[in-house]
Design a binder for this molecule. Sequence first.
Ligand code: HEC
Length: 379
Amino acid sequence: MLTFARFLLVAILTGLFVSITLISAGVPLAEPARTPDLSTPEGVYTAACAACHAADGRGSPLERVGFDIPLPDFSNCSFATREPDGDWFSIAHQGGPVRGFADNMPAFGEALTEEQIAMAIEHIRTFCDDRAWARGELNFPRAISTEKAFPEDELLLTTKIAVEGDGAFVQNVLYERRFGAANQLEIKVPIVGRENDPNGGWNAGVGDIELGVKRVLIQNPNAGYILSVTGAVLVPVGDHEKGLGKGTALFEPFVTAGFRLPRDSFFQLMVGGELSTDTDKADHEAFYRAVVGKTFTSGRFGRSWSPMLEILGATEFGHDGAESQLDLMPEIQVSLNTRQHIMANFGVRFPVTEAAHRNTQVLFYLLWEWFDGGFLDGW
Ligand code: HEC
């Protein structure tokens, strides 16, 4: 009995001694149970995303995550603000491949509820809180003629062919590049072809080049509207004699606006003028363009289709008074690849007024949002 009591005492004292030694050496005795808090945006992010995307959203070092796919920097406003929540939700729910990204970005559709995924994204949004940057929610689909208010990094190739009459065609190359939080530079180079030789010959060449700067004035992602102004100059490099250019410089100021409507619908407007520097060669013109449309998605996360209707009006103020014209253009835009940064649009432009003198035109564009990846990425 006595030996057992003594044994017990020694055992307790030894245990105490070892414990005190370990504690003073800073070794934890037992891992505190880590119950992830999945009820707050930060809690969900910390539990599910931070291992790879890091607590500050800039991405953990590659040697720590164990793969060599670079992690996005969510604190970089230029990158983070242009993606709408809906796209990020799709990626977090389905995993990277749903938008042509690596499968190192896992799918959380089964591990987390939809509310928790939305909370994780809400937390990602806190890494860039500079409201000057236009939000991707206001980046409505690009119509063929009505320009967007949203500043873009994109390359747009638009082909316009008259299906009646002289068969004229125009191939426009439009390059747009963002700078700063709310500005964009644009350069448009047209290749024009027309059969204006009485003997049936063709004239083709570079038309008048347009240089412009766009600036967002107001935007509100919650209310769903954005408004920008653009100042552009048409530089008369096209051969006026051959009908490829206007032969004089024009100034083109215009306003663009975009409005979100219920159920993935939108309305966009572009109103402006062309001020001629030589009214013997080119008339002053006022124009307005408007587009309504709606986006449909194949399945829940798939290809997007946006049928639209454009109304295109212009009034020329010539020496013998004003002359107005109006056209309608039904069109459909579709995303071509999985990442959805390569799009196509096809439309037919019908003259409504003076239809006897003016052509019906077929239009087509190919759009590459080059900031989101190379042309061959994400198919
Ligand atoms: C196992 C590591 C890992 C975890 C955990 C992880 N991600 Fe990712 N995530 C990645 C990688 C890698 C990429 C980049 C993929 C690429 O560029 O191909 C990525 C990309 C993304 C993107 C796309 C950004 C873009 O380029 O548009 C979003 C959005 C995203 N993650 C959200 C989340 C959210 C939300 C969570 C938590 C619910 C999460 N991720 C958890 C690895 C991870």
